[in-house]
Design a binder for this molecule. Sequence first.
Ligand SMILES: *[C@@H]1O[C@H](CO)[C@@H](O)[C@H](O)[C@H]1NC(C)=O
Length: 188
Amino acid sequence: MSPLYCCLVAVLCLPRASASPVAAASISVSAVQTPVEPTPVQFLRVHNEARAAVGVPPLSWNGTLQLDAARYAGELRTECSLRPPPPTAARGTGDGAAVYGRNLFKAYGRRHTGAEVAAFWADGRRWYDRDAGRCAAPPGRTCGAYTQVVWRATTQLGCARRTCRNGVDTVAVCDYYPPGNIVGQRPY
Ligand SMILES: *[C@@H]1O[C@H](CO)[C@@H](O)[C@H](O)[C@H]1NC(C)=O
């Protein structure tokens, strides 16, 4: 028996009173890996950080909204092969957009995480003057995605992210309920 084998047996057998050898082994493996925050958690966390920053209560994750977002993201994904889009944020159209608020994201040339997508939308805070209800965004950007992120009356969130061209392009959709960006109202 080699020394390495002895060592392994010792590691696996020591915690045996409380856990099976398989469980003990998988615990030591996951402790070595860098933990990756699941994409839905990334979307929700960054939204709720942006809301907390302006004193608005957090959103909850909703699987119905997530399914609708995933369906629409799948449709957008097919466009990726036609023409590379620049990074954009927009109010969506499509089936769910009649019922839900919706933010869209498309970026060419780099894979974006859920946290990066939500941060891109939340970045609109820089241009939004809440007291005046005015947006001073540069050309090509708007405050609409941001105001939906922090819309006080919105309580539920569901998002999906898809990549295409082997992960080089990203499309993402978030659905919001009740919808925000009601004309004539302030977000918070
Ligand atoms: C999720 O959203 C749908 C659509 O708005 C709604 O009907 C459903 O009640 C929500 N689910 C939860 C758990 O709140």
